[in-house]
Design a protein around this ligand. Structure first.
Ligand SMILES: CC(C)(COP(=O)(O)OP(=O)(O)OC[C@H]1O[C@@H](n2cnc3c(N)ncnc32)[C@H](O)[C@@H]1OP(=O)(O)O)[C@@H](O)C(=O)NCCC(=O)NCCS
Length: 214
């Protein structure tokens, strides 16, 4: 069965998402998605040109979602967790379901639960018994170890590694190439800087960086 899908956000992250959906379609015997296009409340002219170059449509601002049939799926494609959450809460009122999208080259292990809106980029690996909340984004080549929980709107940026038994609270961003050692907690809305090595739990709304992260 083919479902219609709309990408929310036509920045770089959104256009990467278009590539993921097209890769999913190419890999399946019957393409699961018909891509209607992008919505964005404030697209730059440059991004609109880039969307056009990808042979995709810009449908207008997010209020256009009200016109779509209720079976249309969305994918929230905004990289920054705070902005993603704000937009997600605003468009929830349209009642459209969020897709779960996993690039064909990513691996999701057994006994893993995915919330709606999960977006997994090429090369990401999730091992076993992992709980992934709503609108979690796992970028290229990240690894998520066994028995982890990632709450709603978490972003793990490219090449980052979350070791086993970690609890990552809602809205956290784990920067590119960062490492979180095993059995640690990162509190809600915190940021782990690019390249950091987290060796102790991080309280909520805290920015840590460096090796070891402070
Ligand atoms: C850690 C981070 C959140 C800090 O942001 P910020 O507060 O705006 O930081 P600034 O750029 O003002 O820099 C403040 C200081 O921290 C240093 N710094 C910034 N990022 C750092 C990092 N990742 N590791 C170590 N030091 C860092 C800067 O060199 C600067 O040092 P100085 O005061 O001695 O000059 C940010 O730099 C970061 O790493 N974000 C993750 C980005 C990411 O993953 N991008 C990929 C998207 S796909």
């Amino acid at each position: 069965m083919t479902n219609d899908i709309v990408i929310v956000g036509c920045g770089g992250h959104g256009r990467e998402t278009l590539g993921i959906i097209r890769a999913i379609n190419r890999a399946a015997p019957r393409p699961p998605w018909r891509i209607l296009g992008f919505v964005d409340d404030d697209p730059s002219d440059l991004n609109l040109k880039r969307v056009h170059r990808l042979d995709a449509a810009y449908l207008g601002a997010t209020h256009r979602l009200v016109d779509l049939p209720p079976s249309t799926h969305l994918i929230l494609s905004i990289g920054d967790p705070r902005t993603r959450k704000a937009v997600g809460e605003r468009i929830d009122r349209y009642g459209l379901p969020a897709a779960v999208l996993v690039h064909p080259s990513a691996e999701i292990g057994e006994d893993t639960v995915a919330g709606e809106g999960l977006l997994v980029f090429a090369g990401a690996r999730v091992t076993t018994n992992v709980r992934l909340g709503r609108h979690v984004h796992l970028n290229q080549n990240v690894t998520i170890g066994h028995d982890c929980t990632l709450a709603d709107y978490v972003s793990v940026n490219p090449l980052a590694a979350v070791s086993g038994d970690c609890r990552i609270a809602s809205g956290v961003m784990i920067g590119t190439n960062a490492t979180v050692l095993q059995a640690l907690e990162v509190g809600a809305d915190s940021i782990v800087g690019a390249g950091a090595c987290v060796v102790r739990s991080v309280p909520e709304r805290t920015v840590v960086k460096g090796v070891p992260a402070r």
